[in-house]
Structures are given as C-alpha cells and as structure tokens.
Design a protein around this ligand. Structure first.
Ligand code: ATP
Ligand code: MG
Length: 288
C-alpha cells in the first residue's frame, strides 16, 4: 500500500491572552489507502489535526512539523495557492452539519457538480446533470432526479450528509477527512451513511481520516485507530486488535462502553492520569 500522508512531530499552539496554549504535541502518524479513525475526548486535538493537514487553522495558531507531506507535497511549505489546489480536489473535508456547508440558495444538483464545473468549464448542462444524478445514485439517494432539483432546506439531515459526500467525491480526492460527519444523525441513519462513505472510499482506493468520539463506530468503520489524549497520540492500533489495547486511557474508553443491557447513568468514566501527558505511546501493541 503506497503512502498518502505522513505526519511527523506536528505541534500546534493557539495564541491567547495568556500566551500560547499547546493543542497538539508531537503528533505523528502515516496513512495509505486505508481508513484511520481518530478518537479522543473533547479538546484532545482531533479537529486541530484535521485542520492542520489542510492548513485551515486560524491565524492565531502556530504550527510546526518535522514532516507534513501528502503524496510527496510538503504541505507545511506549500504556498497558499498550491493549498487551494489541493483542498477539495485532492484532500476533501466533510464536516458535521450539512446545513452550514451547503449553500441554501443553490439546488443540490448544482452544488454537487460545482467543483467539476470549475475544473471543466466547457461541460454542457446535460452532462453536468448526468454527473450529478450519477453521484446521487452512488450515495444511494433513492429518487435522484427529484432530489437533484431540491434546495438544501428541503432534504433531511441524512440526505444532506449523503449530498455532502457526493459533492466531496466528484473531484475524486485521494484523502478524505471526515470530522464527526454523522454525529447529528440518529443511529441507524448514521450507520447507513457511513457504510456508503466507506464503500466509496474503498472503491476509489482513497484514504480516510474519520474523526469521532464514538469508539465502537470508529472500530466498525476503520482499519486502524489513533487514540488522542491532551494533544498527543497515546495509542495507535489495528481496529481488529482493539480489545488488546495497551494504554490505560484506551482501556478506560473500552471499559466505559455500555453493554447493551446497561443503563447510561451506570457508565464508568475513564480515569485520567497526569502521567499520560508524557508517558509511553503504544503502537501496534507495544510501547514505541
Ligand atoms: P471536540 O471533540 O470537542 O471536537 P477536538 O478533539 O476536536 O474536540 P480541538 O478542537 O482540536 O479538539 O481542540 C484542541 C485544543 O485546542 C482545545 O484545548 C481547544 O480549546 C483548543 N482550540 C481549538 N480551536 C481553537 C481556536 N480556534 N482558538 C483557540 N483554541 C482553540
Ligand atoms: Mg473537534
């Protein structure tokens, strides 16, 4: 499997009145055409990692990395112009809520082929429509020709997320970063939307970074799991080996999962330990 992305010693700090507060500390991982899940509690740095890859951090953020390469392009050194060519076309990001990402004034169909139109301005209207309908079918929208002409407020949350996936897949990105893409959906819709995303990613031989709080969901959809705690990766493990996780934080996350017959209020919360801020990192079942 050829490597798509390599991150080595990525540090990000956000500037505030109190000075710089670190958000990522020495984040390192690599990814090929595979599905990697990033899990960790709120504030652990999952979204910051996704945004750093696309260089979409706010101005107040300071980023340094020993290596940040995507298909041989040095993302840390790329010009803003080069980054604009990469964003959306070679690396796409799907965000949590389609309401904010879709343009309320344009039909679903027009939005799906927008990026295609930019890169292929001579495409006829009929061909654009065919492309959009084809994509809507690929993301398993039931009545593509009806949905093609709807506006975003006329589609459900699950359909909106499928439209976002369709939009993002049109330029055939090599890497997709999905940040909590389905957390607003109910459980069954979430699973079926993610099944569709996983199928498309596999079919295209792309890479996926799937960011979520939901460890069982990540384990179901991803090949590998990266566990973050306080801006560090504390464990990286194959999803199939998750039950043998070494880090106490990962073990705590696993232990806190509700067995189906248990009430939510009886959940135990994973313990925290200051030693995890500097302690060992486990990769594939051994301290690295
Ligand atoms: P969540 O699960 O809640 O989405 P996360 O793991 O995605 O959390 P990040 O959003 O990456 O966490 O945040 C990591 C740290 O960086 C947090 O301490 C957060 O407060 C801080 N942070 C994130 N964005 C900013 C920002 N724009 N300005 C200042 N600090 C920020
Ligand atoms: Mg986040």
């Amino acid at each position: 499997m050829s490597e798509l992305l390599r991150i080595d010693a990525l540090d990000v700090a956000y500037a505030s009145r109190k000075g710089l507060s670190p958000a990522l500390r020495g984040v390192s991982f690599a990814l090929g055409a595979e599905k990697v899940g990033i899990v960790g509690e709120s504030g652990s740095g999952k979204s910051t990692t996704g945004r750093a890859i696309l260089r979409l951090l706010p101005r107040a953020a300071k980023m340094t990395a020993k290596t940040l390469t995507f298909q041989e392009v040095d993302l840390a050194a790329a010009s803003e112009r080069e980054m604009r060519r990469i964003r959306g076309a070679r690396i796409s990001m799907i965000l949590q809520d389609p309401k904010y990402a879709l343009n309320p004034l344009k039909t679903v169909g027009a939005q799906i082929t927008e990026s295609w139109k930019i890169h292929h301005p001579a495409t006829s209207r009929a061909e654009l429509r065919d492309r959009a309908l084809d994509m809507l079918e690929k993301v398993k929208i039931r009545n593509p020709s009806r949905v093609h002409d709807l506006f975003p407020h006329e589609v459900s949350g699950g359909m909106g997320q499928r439209v976002m996936i369709a939009m993002m897949m049109v330029p055939e990105p090599r890497l997709i970063i999905a940040d909590e893409p389905t957390s607003a959906l109910d459980v069954t819709v979430r699973r079926s939307v993610l099944d569709t995303l996983a199928e498309l990613v596999e079919e295209r031989g792309a890479g996926l970074i799937f960011i979520s709080h939901d460890l069982p969901l990540v384990a179901r959809f991803c090949d590998r799991i990266v566990v973050m705690y306080a801006g560090r990766i504390v464990e990286e493990i194959a999803a199939s080996d998750l039950k043998d996780a070494c880090h106490p934080y990962t073990q705590g996350l696993l232990a806190s999962l509700p067995p189906l017959d248990r009430q939510l209020e009886r959940l135990s919360v994973p313990v925290r330990d200051p030693a995890w801020l500097t302690g060992p990192v486990y990769r594939n079942g051994a301290a690295a």
